[in-house]
Design a protein around this ligand. Structure first.
Ligand code: APR
Ligand code: PHB
Length: 394
């Protein structure tokens, strides 16, 4: 089998890329190791930047997002008994974000691809990508009990942090920059209306907490926990009590958390990682395959979308003009934006969490930074600009 662009992985980056290529008249094949139901149910983030929403609409995947997504014009930061609202449109010249879960983005893109796109094979596990330096790279995979090979003009690894495509870039040319954090997140999904209509990010001596949502009847809540935490040590009541303590909502009865059945509970590690370059020969990396951010800034899905928007434009430019200029610039173009998001995610994470080894001096620095955001429109605007997303070519 041969295709123009072989896409490995059917997460948001692989699926959106396949869709954008289809719209540009470029054929592709998507190979995904998991089954459809697993891919559609995997719990991930839920905040879409304006540019991601615009891209999904232009891709024809905006109907349910427009009907069910929740536009948000701000977030609240809580620290030291104080609440600061960050007003996105006022601080950014009109930009906002949407609450619409990654699971829903994936469902919409899978449905579109199966209805009118190129082949999308589930339970097709890629074992190796070879020939990045040749003009016919090959993808080896297992599907329906057989070993198969897909030859391609180009291969794009959208196969996440544990993917195999990264290994097609020779080790001598590949550099990974990484940082781990001394805490994780315990996340719950609860059948309970959110207590408040915007997200609350809380810094507290007990650790960080985040109140998010999936819909007007489903809350998504997170607590900072030590690395290695077993979710079984956190019965539902303990989670709710700790959320109340950290979010400091109980003083105002109108804003107390509303408890409801917990339908999902898991622990997420926090990591920052960037692999450079994001391209070698005819093999490209996009999304989590090339970079990971801790979830605090809600950048992971948006960065993945930005990569494939840039890449799809480069493929379309090449198909139309024969020029490889944009393909050649792909890695540098994306890495500028990736490093900005890495910095923002790192800064949000380290300002809002309590490092178990932090000194009183470190705590004062965090409080000073949070005070600065609370009192300076410039500092608040810097947060709002990064949170709502920078233009694609930054
Ligand atoms: N063969 C085929 N598919 C593979 C292989 C393989 N060897 N290895 C991994 N995959 C698939 C995974 O099963 C997964 O469906 O690649 C897909 C990668 O998807 P994601 O991890 O969702 O990555 P991406 O599409 O880049 O989206 C980034 O996901 O982790 C979140 O916060 C992150 O929201 C961001 C988004
Ligand atoms: C989420 O709703 O899952 C979410 C929201 C904001 C974040 C991270 C995760 O910063």
């Amino acid at each position: 089998m041969h295709t123009t662009v072989g896409i490995i992985g059917a997460g948001p980056s692989g699926l959106l890329l396949a869709r954008l290529l289809h719209q540009a008249g470029i054929d592709s094949v998507v190979l995904e190791s998991r089954d459809r139901s697993y891919v559609e149910r995997r719990q991930r983030a839920g905040i879409l930047e304006q540019a991601t929403v615009d891209a999904l609409r232009a891709a024809g995947a905006g109907a349910r997002l427009d009907a069910e997504g929740l536009p948000h014009d701000g977030i609240e930061l809580r620290h030291d008994g104080r609440a600061t609202r960050i007003d996105f449109p006022a601080l950014t010249g009109g930009r906002r974000v949407w609450v619409y879960a990654q699971t829903e983005v994936v469902k919409d893109l899978v449905a579109l691809q199966l209805a009118e796109g190129g082949p999308l094979h589930f339970e097709a596990e890629v074992t190796a990508v070879e020939g990045a330096d040749t003009d016919r790279p090959r993808v080896h995979y297992r599907h329906e009990g057989r070993e198969k090979t897909l030859t391609c003009d180009y291969v794009v690894g959208c196969d996440g942090y544990h993917g195999v495509t990264r290994h097609a870039v020779p080790e001598s040319e590949r550099r990974t920059f990484e940082r781990t954090y001394p805490y994780s997140w315990l996340g719950i999904l609860a059948e309970a209306p959110p207590a408040y209509d915007e997200l609350i990010y809380a810094h507290s001596e007990r650790g960080f907490a985040l109140a998010s949502m999936r819909s007007p009847s489903v809350s998504r809540l997170y607590l900072q926990v030590p690395n290695g935490t077993d979710p079984a040590d956190w019965p539902d009541e303990r989670v709710w009590d700790e959320l109340d303590a950290r979010l400091a909502l109980t003083a105002d009865p109108g804003r107390r958390l509303i408890r409801g059945p917990v339908t999902q509970k898991s622990v997420l590690p926090m990591r920052s990682s960037v692999t450079e370059p994001m391209r070698h020969g005819r093999v490209f990396l996009a999304g989590d395959a090339a970079h990971i951010v801790p979830p605090t800034g809600a950048k992971g899905l948006n960065l993945a979308a930005a990569d494939v928007i840039v890449l799809a434009r480069a493929f379309a430019h090449h198909a139309k003009t024969g020029s490889t200029e944009l393909l050649d610039g792909y890695s540098d173009t994306c890495l500028r934006r990736v490093w900005r998001a890495e910095h923002f995610s790192y800064a949000m994470t380290t300002t809002l969490h309590t490092d178990p080894a932090q000194s009183p001096f470190d705590t004062r620095l965090q409080q000073s930074q949070l005070d600065r955001i609370a009192t300076s429109p410039h500092a608040a605007a810097e947060l709002a600009e990064n949170y709502t997303g920078l233009p694609l070519d930054v």
